[in-house]
Design a protein around this ligand. Structure first.
Ligand code: PBG
Length: 342
């Protein structure tokens, strides 16, 4: 049928008029297939033990390594601007190889919840890379050539339960150990914490784009002494393996994740599209530190328009199938979307 219609146009000598629905803002608004809402954005936050004043994260203007005090002020001002959902990273002062202590972080969770209660939805990153002296996301074996799966998962589950007991709404394991989602879910259930939302970094790729984050969270993997692994290749995904991403996502789904995530965002739009079509759960995308810093730095050089670049990339995430967007630009999303969407 479509063919006949097109032929008819050709017969009367007029081109197929696709520009008619682009001619002004009214028809462009009517023709849009979706709108992004600031309600589906999550703002990352860092809270750092042992610093006197907050520090800007390199490349991420407007994102800070906060002190406990400045963190509360930041959340207060975000709430005034309509930002209510946060992903918090805790950075302890002391690095260790065992006997990890999560008191600094649990105190911050309690302080946030005491002050803001249900006005804030708080998800807490669960990982060991900011805790370990060698910057890996799990515990390393004596030979220094392998991140131990079972021991690491047990420790992560202990951490998740401590955070949940301190009052977070959600825990978000970012370590990529096998089976940690199931173990965390089971440990939460044993502790009678059946309302904690589990957001899994399900398809987390090994990436160059985590650079600024590793400064912010003081968590770059380090070889040296007995530690032989200097990158995360043995636990994070390879960019050339969609099938591994699918297997991880299916497993985390079965093990009880409530929200699944693809990370980073921009280089993995196809992964978002395929996974969100395959697994009917809310999908998040993490526009990571290096992606955001890339935009910011190009904008600083006057090469691109920062706001418009963010909105274009966010639109791409949504079109690919993401429901939730985690971005260092989340804080500005309401204003930028109101200005630039339509
Ligand atoms: C730690 C973690 C990382 C990020 C979130 N959690 C870095 C890494 O895996 O090295 C990256 C976030 C970002 O770059 O914004 N497991």
């Amino acid at each position: 049928m479509a063919d006949c219609v097109n032929h008819a146009h050709h017969n009367i000598g007029a081109p197929i008029g696709l520009r008619r629905m682009r001619q002004n803002q009214h028809v462009r608004d009517l023709a849009r297939e979706f709108w992004l809402s600031p309600k589906q954005f999550i703002q990352p936050l860092f809270v750092v033990d042992g610093i006197k004043e907050r520090e800007v994260v390199p490349g991420l203007d407007g994102t800070y390594r906060d002190t406990p005090d400045s963190l509360l002020k930041q959340i207060e001002s975000d709430l005034k601007n309509g930002v209510s959902k946060f992903l918090l990273f805790g950075v302890p002062a002391e690095k260790r190889e065992d006997n990890f202590n999560y008191d600094f972080v649990t105190q911050q969770i309690q302080a946030i919840k005491k002050r803001f209660g249900h006005d804030v939805w708080l998800t807490m990153d669960v990982c060991l890379c900011s805790n370990t002296s060698y910057g890996h996301c799990g515990l390393i074996n004596d030979e220094g050539d392998h991140i131990l799966n079972e021991e690491s998962s047990q420790e992560l589950a202990r951490q998740a339960v401590e955070y949940a007991q301190a009052g977070v709404d959600s825990v978000a394991p970012s370590d990529m150990m096998d089976g940690r989602v199931g173990l965390i879910r089971e440990s939460l259930a044993k502790a009678k914490l059946d309302r904690t939302v589990l957001m899994s970094y399900a398809a987390k790729f090994r990436s160059q784009f985590y650079g600024p984050f590793r400064v912010a969270a003081d968590c770059a993997p380090k070889s040296g002494n007995r530690v032989q692994l200097n990158d995360r290749a043995t636990y994070q995904l390879d960019a050339a393996r969609y099938q591994d991403a699918l297997a991880c996502a299916e497993r985390d789904d079965m093990e009880g994740a409530d929200i699944l995530m693809v990370k980073p965002g921009t280089p993995y739009l196809d992964i978002i599209a395929r996974l969100s079509a395959a697994i009917p759960k809310p999908w998040a995308v993490y526009q990571v530190s290096g992606e955001c810093a890339g935009i910011n730095l190009a904008a600083r050089e006057g090469l691109i328009n920062r706001k418009a670049a963010y909105v274009e990339l966010w639109t791409g995430f949504k079109r690919a199938g993401a429901d939730i967007i985690i971005s260092y630009g989340a804080r500005d999303a309401a204003q930028w979307l109101a200005e630039l969407q339509g």
